[in-house]
Design a protein around this ligand. Sequence first.
Ligand code: ADP
Ligand code: MG
Length: 591
Amino acid sequence: MSKQTMHFQAEVAQLLHLVTHSLYSNQEIFLRELVSNASDACDKLRFEALNNNALYEDAPQLEVRVSFDKEAKTLTITDNGIGMSAQEAIDHLGTIAKSGTRDFMNRLEADKKADAKEQGQLIGQFGVGFYSGFIVADKITVESRRAGLAPEEGVRWISGGTGDFEVETITRTQRGTSVILHLRADAEEYLNAWKIKSIVNKYSDHISLPILMEKEEWKEGENDQPGGMVKTGDWETVNKASALWTRPKKEVTEEQYADFYKAISHDFEAPLTWSHNRVEGNTEYTQLLYIPAKAPFDLWNRDKKAGVKLYVKRVFIMDEAEALLPTYLRFVKGVIDSADLPLNVSRELLQESRDVRAIREGSTKRVLSMLEDLAKHDKHEAAEGTDGVTDVVDADDKAKEGKYSKFYAEFGAVLKEGLGEDFGNKERIAKLLRFASTSSDSTSVSLADYKARMKEGQDAIYYITADNLAAAKNSPQLEVFKKKGIEVLLMTDRVDEWALNYLQEFDGTPLQSVAKGAVDLGKLQDETEKKAAEEAAEAFKPMLAKLKEALKDKAEDVRVTTRLVDSPACLVVQDDGMSTQLARMLKQAGQ
Ligand code: ADP
Ligand code: MG
């Protein structure tokens, strides 16, 4: 193919503009993205080579090399991974195949006022990867040859990062890809070995193949020329090149765990907590699971896949392996490395595998225990022991304070989906739920707290669902509960209504909506009140008959009630009826 000029897909051009203009303060992530692409390319080669060993050609050692040229002002990242054919270069570097691009860009547009760090976070989550090179380069040249193709079938791709790019066929003996960044005048600081090494250490230490740089040594100046660093022709590995999860726990620092999380999640913030274990027994695997501190922008996207990567004996198999965790835990990030699965396992096979089922159960339990642990330490009040000695709060526990509230604010609504999705763990999930109530504005009341505060004679957990806290609190249906000082849980998440269908009781106590049927306050109602109500019902009979007749198309029944104190009337639904909240939701959804 002779040289051709092609246009970027409109979305790419738009994205490039955003990337170069908003990521400026997070410049250095370009190296993380390009090294991670190089590493992905090596993973892909290793995977394809399982069925075709010839793809290794004469270079079975997979590696990434980073080099720079001070005179030419270029920084080059070379890998000997899978490479790209000319068509692949056109497709993969000129269009964005991923769905949701539009959403993403609208979000970024809308967030113009957000600070650069947040924008960087968004971009990182979306993984615009390759294009981040244009943060530091005003021109990028990519030279590549796909493994298995002839040397004459190499490709060169060049772009200035605006509207178009050039492609042509070249001869390239070496398999794999070189990305050559022609640095902007204000990005020349990256022509420095120390700088590059420090970025590699920060973001790419966990990458399990060697990242090499050419060694330099100091050379004294001669003939009035100043001294300087010169390249020696020897290459050295600058990352640790060992998969972090395979290292023993005690050899990994907190900082390394956090850095690894940032690398795999594209998050800039440290995770709330994590858990690293080797599971032995019938099914053997290593799990390293993280709970992020912040929800990603597309958490509510139903197609959003779980953030767990699957490895088999340290070989990368797939991203977003949804079979490894239930959907309601889709916020969890991490790695699972199985010793039992075959290397050529497919998504379809995963669904059916007994080992995967065991991994899924084990990992679900692990995540729930992590959450239980955070919940336990959320408000650590130095407890008085029975012996009168105050418990010592250790630093570890102290560090967990407030984390569960933080978690819950971000992911609580997703966790609730588990009530309907994961029957086996329903009890554990129910214990992890938190609500606002008529006694607490913050979303901090657990069902157990509620039970402990129940009035003498109260035999149900009362709740109300509404669009927001104000609407819930001002509902006339709460009047009698307020008067009698009975706590009512205020539920305002969209999923509450649906989720509560699956939670009829907690620890032996039924949950009862205050907006359904006749509220039977049971033993909480005294005899005189009951009698007054009965008398009123009798006295108002003719009036009720008239109202019923007048509302016959609109209301199923009209009753005298004891639930109101100040308001004259309110709407309720039948016990078995759909709640008004659910009806509204379905209507919104066009049902
Ligand atoms: P992502 O890595 O999330 O797919 P990128 O923008 O980083 O998105 O890369 C886009 C695509 O370009 C990759 O999916 C891959 O197909 C191709 N690509 C990028 N870098 C390389 C490389 N070094 N070797 C082979 N293919 C690459
Ligand atoms: Mg990438």
